[in-house]
Write a new protein. Structure first.
Length: 79
């Protein structure tokens, strides 16, 4: 004997499963964001220290764009 087909979407089960999935994704996202938080202005100390090291080493003050352009020019000369 065959079973009567029932429309599964008339029940609350699919909505509850969807809600559980969304809740899991939101919890995972919130945990990841919480794990990536840094103390305010903590990076500034590192930035100042690295700038101080660069000045002591006599490093150039070129911007990243200038350095990238120089690298491209060198590569163009090689080929």
């Amino acid at each position: 004997q065959s079973h009567d087909l029932t429309n599964v979407y008339t029940t609350k089960e699919p909505a509850q499963a969807f809600h559980r999935r969304i809740a899991y994704c939101l919890t995972t996202h919130n945990d990841a964001v919480r794990a990536m938080r840094y103390p305010p202005d903590a990076y500034k100390k590192q930035l100042e220290a690295s700038r101080g090291n660069r000045r002591r080493r006599g490093g150039d003050d070129k911007t990243d764009e200038e350095k990238a352009q120089e690298l491209e020019d060198e590569l163009d000369e090689d080929y």
